[in-house]
Ligand binder design. Structure first.
Ligand code: DER
Length: 222
């Protein structure tokens, strides 16, 4: 927790008055949202948009003013976690099931800061199973087509039931083992009818902050 917290709080301190801020999802983004809430209570003037219902609820509890996308031209800065990050700053995200809204918010952001602990920094993506958001209709066939790409797709469950995303879709966790060409895989997956999007974030991260258990942080530049 300490490593995630120190990275998240470092990122939250980049936020300036007047910004529109994207709020990520997951246990690391949680600490960024907590720090943002504390700064808002100290007088920071920002507006935010969340990447999940969970983060939206947390931000509301902390008194962080939120906007709908209808009122947003661009987002100045988004802070989010990741499941894996490689040397080219490609990411695997979606461990928390929020990849679709996270990618939409990230794509609308001038700057995306990723906050992780050191376990997420890898040489090659793929040890973490790649989450793919799929529509429920025909998902059995969609998973078979995903399998033909060389992975073992597993439909995500929660509390014994099929996990349903904030958008009413399912998640297939695709066990590739290693991903040699994430850019090509990202494109090929999204061409399969029935897939909505996948957890490969290609060339989206601008800045990665790595937290360590001794409370230190390391900032990676692309
Ligand atoms: O679901 C997500 O994309 C999360 O950001 C995930 O990638 C990181 O979750 P964590 O911060 O709880 O490890």
């Amino acid at each position: 927790m300490e490593a995630k917290k120190v990275a998240a709080e470092k990122a939250a301190d980049f936020i300036q008055d007047g910004m529109i801020v994207g709020l990520g999802t997951g246990s690391t983004a949680y600490w960024a949202i907590q720090r943002i809430g504390a700064r808002v209570r100290e007088g920071l003037k920002i507006k935010a948009i969340a990447t999940s219902q969970a983060s939206e609820e947390l931000a509301r509890e902390l008194g962080i003013q939120q906007l709908p996308f209808a009122e947003i031209e661009t987002i100045d800065l988004t802070i989010d976690g990741a499941d894996e990050a490689d040397p080219a700053f490609h990411l695997i995200k979606g461990g928390g099931g929020a990849l679709l809204r996270e990618k939409i918010v990230a794509a609308a952001s001038k700057k995306l800061i990723i906050v992780v602990d050191e376990s997420k920094v890898v040489d090659k993506l793929g040890r973490f199973p790649l989450p793919v958001e799929v529509v429920p209709f025909g998902h059995e066939m969609t998973l078979r087509k995903l399998e033909q790409l060389g992975c073992k797709p597993v439909l995500r469950t929660a509390e014994g039931k099929t996990f349903v995303t904030d958008n009413g879709n399912y998640i297939a966790d695709c066990h590739f083992g290693r991903i040699d060409d994430p850019e090509q895989l990202h494109t090929v997956i999204n061409l399969i009818p029935g897939t909505v999007d996948n957890g490969l974030f290609i060339q989206m991260a601008d800045h990665i902050i790595v937290g360590y258990h001794d409370g230190s942080v390391r900032e990676l530049e692309k």
